[in-house]
Ligand binder design. Structure first.
Ligand code: AMP
Ligand code: ZN
Length: 128
């Protein structure tokens, strides 16, 4: 068995990835405007907001997208959804949208699972 340190977490362990932007935010190495934190999740404002409220909720575990998070760590996935609802409540959003972009073709640019909480303006359907 290899004793090499794990540079990435493609094994699904959820261990931090030193090259991952959101793991670095969790570790406090990159600043973020945190609006909510639980034992398993972190919520912070998107740096390029697309609505008056645009918050990202992430699991502290590293998994590349929502489906792999749910498969490997279902409780953490549930915690992310619960935290998203709590953020919407604390932001006093009556209506809001939760978005999990999955894959580059769908607009995913950061491959650490996250849900966008968007609200504070009218939202069209279907999205672009
Ligand atoms: P996605 O395109 O779904 O992967 O979402 C990634 C989001 O992360 C984008 O909406 C970016 O604006 C946002 N983002 C990138 N870097 C930062 C950062 N340092 N702090 C907060 N949000 C960020
Ligand atoms: Zn990560």
């Amino acid at each position: 068995m290899s004793t090499e340190p794990q540079a990435t977490t493609a094994d699904g362990s959820g261990a931090p990835d030193a090259d991952c932007l959101f793991c670095r935010i969790v570790a406090g190495q990159i600043p973020a405007t945190v609006v909510r934190e639980t034992e398993t999740t972190l919520a912070f404002r998107d740096i390029n907001p697309q609505a008056p409220t645009h918050v990202l909720v992430i699991p502290k575990l590293h998994h590349p997208d929502a489906a792999s998070l749910a498969a490997a760590a279902p409780q953490a996935a549930a915690d992310v959804l619960a935290a998203a609802g709590e953020v919407a409540a604390q932001e006093e959003l009556e209506s809001y949208r939760l978005v999990f972009n999955t894959g580059a073709g769908a607009g995913q640019t950061v491959f650490h699972a996250h849900v966008h909480v968007l609200g504070g303006r009218g939202l069209q359907w279907p999205p672009g």
